[in-house]
Design a protein around this ligand. Sequence first.
Ligand SMILES: Nc1ccn([C@@H]2O[C@H](COP(=O)(O)OP(=O)(O)OP(=O)(O)O)[C@@H](O)[C@H]2O)c(=O)n1
Ligand SMILES: C[C@](O)(CO)[C@H](O)COP(=O)(O)O
Length: 225
Amino acid sequence: MYLLIPAAGSGKRMGADQNKLFLQVRSQSIIAWTLLAAQAASSISWIGIISQPHDWEDFKAIMADLKLTKPIELIAGGSTRQESVYNGLQALPADAQQVLIHDGARCLATPDLLNACAEAIRHYRGLIAAVPVKDTIKIVDESGIIQSTPDRSQLWAAQTPQGFDVELLKQCHAEGVRQGWEVTDDAALFEKCGIEVHIVLGEETNLKITTPQDLAIAEFILTNR
Ligand SMILES: Nc1ccn([C@@H]2O[C@H](COP(=O)(O)OP(=O)(O)OP(=O)(O)O)[C@@H](O)[C@H]2O)c(=O)n1
Ligand SMILES: C[C@](O)(CO)[C@H](O)COP(=O)(O)O
């Protein structure tokens, strides 16, 4: 299975002065943890790291340090996650029929979850890892007044890995560019194009490292794993 890792963000919400994926959790960078999971997942045979060229020397140093044995390529990222994945899709080897996309910032996803998604995408055209929402969610207007309370039984929190038929995902991204759609994950492009996306049960611990608090939680999870 081909794996694309979007890793070209700037980490504004983390407030760091570098790509947050180079921040350390338990003596390894965030991206190192993500790459170790990809290395350990038996289904993954090729890895593309989508990243900003000014970060490439740092990525190469981390890759060398980890002694990864799988083929791995650096691909130039864009100014949004959506653009980065678009670039990643263009850089996939010509024989890639299916792809998993997994955020570099979701460094706690287990090899088992990557393998489960790789297996499931053999049966579907699109899927995402997701977990049922535990909180009661409110729809709130601009003045801070609650408008409604959606039925929680239908709410799932989207994670990555997300898996797709490559040709269909390329078409959905191209349609997104034509229509000017701005989305935060690839499943949303499938949804907008009217193509089914299935759920694979994700992992409660598969958080995205977004804010400094997430670093502390990740440290706790890895220490107790
Ligand atoms: N132009 C971008 C923006 C984001 N990403 C990647 O998409 C994943 C999820 O994005 P997010 O957590 O929002 O990362 P950042 O964009 O770095 O953070 P922020 O939104 O706080 O700036 C991350 O692995 C990030 O590196 C990317 O490849 N290209
Ligand atoms: C793709 C994603 O990880 C699914 O949860 C997420 O959408 C990434 O972007 P976000 O803007 O940080 O939600």
